[in-house]
Ligand binder design. Sequence first.
Ligand SMILES: Nc1ncnc2c1ncn2[C@@H]1O[C@H](COP(=O)(O)OP(=O)(O)O)[C@@H](O)[C@H]1O
Ligand SMILES: [Mg+2]
Length: 325
Amino acid sequence: MEKLLEIKNLSANYFAQDIKIPALRSVNIDLKKGETIAIAGESGCGKSTLALAVLKLIEFPEGEVTGDSVEFKIEKNSIDLLRLKEEEMRKIRGKDISLVVQDPYSSLNPVIRINKQLAEIYRIHHQTCEDIDIDGISKKYLKMVHLPEPQKILFSYPHQLSGGMLQRVNIAAALINNPDILISDEPTSSLDVTVQKKIMDMFFELKDNFNLSQIFISHDLNLISAFADRVYIMYAGRVVEEGKTADIFTSPAHPYTIALLEALPHLNAPGLDLKSIPGEVPAPESIGIGCAFAARCSHSRDICFNSLPELKKINDNHFTRCIKR
Ligand SMILES: Nc1ncnc2c1ncn2[C@@H]1O[C@H](COP(=O)(O)OP(=O)(O)O)[C@@H](O)[C@H]1O
Ligand SMILES: [Mg+2]
């Protein structure tokens, strides 16, 4: 399958009080046409930073994005997003590549009606004449995300809607320009469990019915196992393992992945003792030269602290960064 997005050696740093915080470190990720990849890992591992870095939403003085390239295939061309000027990047964001974030309240303006906001998102990317029925188009997308009474929602203010409804509006907004790539950053994490399930059902529907390619960021491995074609496990700003979903879940290779899976509650085996991972994800600025997981790893040896393990191949799709392999 053709690669739609090829991220090469991408890094991101934040700047805070004169220190450089290397939150994303030389990450290589690719996404094929029609594929859903998941980015997993504990909180603080750099998942959100990756999403922001791809869309170049980290800028001086808050931080910087560096790296070799982020190749995006658009029609017959390939463009390097890393080299694009902000003006060009703005044409891609929300049109060719859309982002849905965790907090449903953060993306919409609370004092503007939904119809105006959706129309604005549509208009930025279309040379529309005045008489086009943008409300009609918006309604179509609100229906697509299973919002009841789209007409009523269209004329509501964000504060009149529940978190779950608002997240559906955000997803409709992300889809309204027919993007090639949808990046979702923990899109259901802030919602009630019952609402989460309904929104995930909709994500499954989107996957089946549209030719979308998706980057799905989540710390919920149960969700990922059902939803993604391939998985990238991130730890302390790096990808430590990648592989087809089945391989990651049946033959995990990195001690971090194994630890994450052992900490996973099994729906069919309640009461089973869960192992928690000792220690915490280190702060990016405190990470040394070796494997960042070494301090929490029961297999670590001196060498793990002193040099970064190379990425080793397990099969054509399955790779890990651990000397144990
Ligand atoms: N704006 C910021 N300024 C400084 N540090 C940040 C900022 N955003 C995130 N970080 C730090 O970068 C690291 C990765 O964060 P993040 O990408 O949000 O991880 P995740 O999404 O996996 O939870 C964390 O250590 C976090 O504290
Ligand atoms: Mg995050």
